[in-house]
Design a binder for this molecule. Structure first.
Ligand code: F6R
Length: 610
């Protein structure tokens, strides 16, 4: 959600800013712009609504914009429609100061009134314009000092990139509750919303903390706290390859990431299973602390929340501790029953989702211990947790998550096995059997991925449906939630997931001739019950795609219109296998409907506003 890139160095800045913005495109945006300091002409601002290509066309891929320092932005509209005027950078009345912003300034209305009273005109509907104007209001020749004063006035979430025509040899970066990292180079410095934008140029990065301000010059990077006292920062080395964030011959990132899942699961679990035992070096919680817990609270949004729904079944079965799964956006407003005997399990691919961050801070305030499962190293959620277990999925670029979801599940299995063993809730034989089953997961996922053509064929039959239901029981229901979300977010087909037993309590009235129902029947114990639900919807005219394990192949084929099977595995690990055909179904349906698969409309990869 919104991307920021800043560069100050000796090369022409605009092509570098455009390249960085291209790498941040996946975050989601609807307009783009940049401000570059031209030594002859002063601050040059170019911006355009729509795709980045518009900005490329206007500037001849950046060649027309002269200057070696500047900031660029992709905007995901919050305040004001996505048009040229509302695009960032926003500039101060004199045109001297330009600002790019990711986040929301909550008190902007009051500030706007105040600035209008001072005679400052406004042209946009954005909250960001008040930042540019306030900076000008406070600016008396020292930009850093003006930023310090600004920080005392604005409330909300913000990552800012600031350029000032009077101080052309510096850029200022500010962060609070929205991501921003710094990249250290030789003779140049950068800032960006995430590391993907800087790794073609440098792998030495630094993560800004909340309230910190950085002053970037060509040769130095100085960081201050919000009171402008100098802060010592350490750098981190990014060791993944650039190719990990490129399509590598695939038509879409989403397809590439679906295909990468066996490797991502293997990378996440293998180093953590040694001599048949789950070893979570990253976890500091002791057996005594674990014994003291009376509740696990899972906090997450979207697909990460769906991992939580599946994890509840897994953890309660194996660890025998009550688990409550809650949407992060609801947590703070639900009087959560959290004590110092609660552990909050926080799940987030990006590690920056603002709702999740806010909920986990509230959980901490109420006394909970925080264990997070995060993909992006050094992200805020990871840094603010007591313990973090990283999913080693590599960079996920497609907006619709696939391999991050799968690796989050994989970490959940590891946690469940580890906790169950520590608490003595599982026999040695059962533990050994489950660890072996877990280790078989990547190969079984590979097996499913050999059948993409079959799923493509089913997609070609059903892609014109305009309403699709996913039904399942227990863990199949949890997977249905994810299958339904995948489908609707990238194909724009209306879809809902239901606990199959609930159908007859209302939803079945929506089933009519030709309605498509995806029946998830992989949990062998409940296969027959699910088949009864299939008969009910078929009797009312539904077309049914069924998913079950190999064990029920023949029965499934008899009952449904299109049957998909997955390898047999302990039910605990089913979600990881069952989700793959559903991801592929969503992918092919979206492809056949001509949708923008990697960047679905209105969505952002990293949701940094509430
Ligand atoms: C859907 C999807 C989203 C995210 C959600 C949480 O494909 O990716 O639903 O799961 O926005 O994001 P993270 O996991 O980054 O906190």
């Amino acid at each position: 959600m919104c991307g920021i890139v800043g560069y100050i160095g000796t090369e022409q800045a605009a092509p570098i800013l455009l390249e960085g913005l291209t790498r941040l495109e996946y975050r989601g945006y609807d307009s783009a712009g940049m401000a570059v300091f031209d030594p002859q002409a002063g601050l040059q601002v170019v911006k355009a609504s729509g795709r980045l290509q518009a900005l490329r066309d206007m500037t001849d891929n950046g060649a027309k914009v002269v200057g070696t320092s500047g900031v660029g932005h992709t905007r995901w509209a919050t305040h004001g429609i996505p048009n040229d005027i509302n695009s960032h950078p926003q500039v101060s009345p004199s045109g001297r100061i330009a600002v790019v912003h990711n986040g929301i300034i909550e008190n902007y209305t009051k500030l706007k009134e105040f600035l209008k009273e001072q005679g400052m005109p406004f042209t946009s509907d954005t909250d960001t314009e008040v930042i540019a104007h306030l900076l000008e209001y406070y600016y008396e020749g020292d930009l850093l000092e003006a930023v310090g004063k600004l920080l005392r006035r604005i409330e909300g979430a913000y990552a800012l990139g600031i350029v000032c025509a009077d101080a052309p040899d510096q850029l200022i970066a500010v962060r609070k509750d929205s991501p921003l990292i710094l990249g250290y180079g030789n003779g140049f410095q950068m800032m960006a919303s995430d590391v993907t934008a800087v790794i073609p140029y440098t792998r030495e990065v630094c993560y800004l903390n909340d309230g910190e301000v950085a002053v970037l010059t060509r040769d130095s990077m100085k960081v201050y706290d919000s009171l402008l006292r100098p802060v010592e920062k350490t750098t981190a080395h990014v060791d993944w390859e650039i190719s990990a964030a490129e399509k590598g011959g695939y038509e879409h990132f989403m397809f590439k990431e679906i295909m990468e899942q066996p490797k991502a699961i293997r990378d996440t679990i293998s180093p953590r299973i040694r001599d048949g035992k789950v070893v979570l070096d990253d976890l500091t919680i002791t057996k005594e602390q674990l014994e003291n817990l009376d509740k696990l609270y899972i906090i997450a949004c979207g697909s990460s929340y769906h991992v939580g729904v599946a994890a509840k079944y897994i953890l309660e079965r194996l660890v025998r501790i009550p688990v409550e799964v809650t949407l992060a956006s609801e947590f703070r407003y639900s009087s959560p029953l959290v004590t110092d005997r609660t552990m909050a399990l926080v799940i987030s691919q990006s590690g920056e989702t603002i709702d999740t961050l806010a909920a986990m801070r509230e959980a901490r305030r109420l006394g909970a211990r925080l264990l997070s499962i995060v993909n992006v190293v050094g992200s805020t959620i990871a840094r603010e947790s007591d313990d973090v277990i990283y999913t080693w999925a590599g960079p996920e670029i497609a907006v619709a998550t696939t391999k991050a979801y799968s690796t989050q599940l994989a970490v959940m299995y590891l946690i469940a096995l580890h906790f169950a063993e520590l608490l003595g809730r599982v026999t040695e034989e059962e533990y050994a059997r489950l660890v072996a089953e877990l280790q078989s997961l990547p190969a079984k996922a590979e097996e499913i991925l050999k059948h993409t053509k079959e799923i493509q064929y089913y997609a070609s039959i059903y892609f014109n449906h305009d309403s699709i239901f996913f039904i399942g029981r227990n863990i199949d229901y949890a997977v249905g939630l994810e299958g339904s979300l995948k489908l609707k977010e990238i194909s724009y087909i209306h879809s809902e997931a239901y606990a199959a037993g609930e159908l007859k309590h209302g939803t079945i009235s929506l089933i009519e001739d030709g309605t498509l129902v995806v029946a998830l029947a992989s949990w062998n114990e409940l296969f027959e019950k699910l088949m009864s639900n299939v008969k009910e919807v078929k009797a009312r005219g539904a077309d049914v795609i069924g998913v079950a394990t190999e064990a029920h192949k023949a029965q499934l084929e008899e009952l449904v219109d299109s049957a998909l099977t997955i390898p047999d595995i302990d039910p605990m690990f089913l979600p990881s296998l069952e989700v793959i055909p559903l991801q592929l179904l969503a992918y092919y349906v979206a492809l056949m409907r001509g949708c923008d698969i990697d960047k679905p409309r209105n969505l952002a990869k990293s949701v940094t506003v509430e």
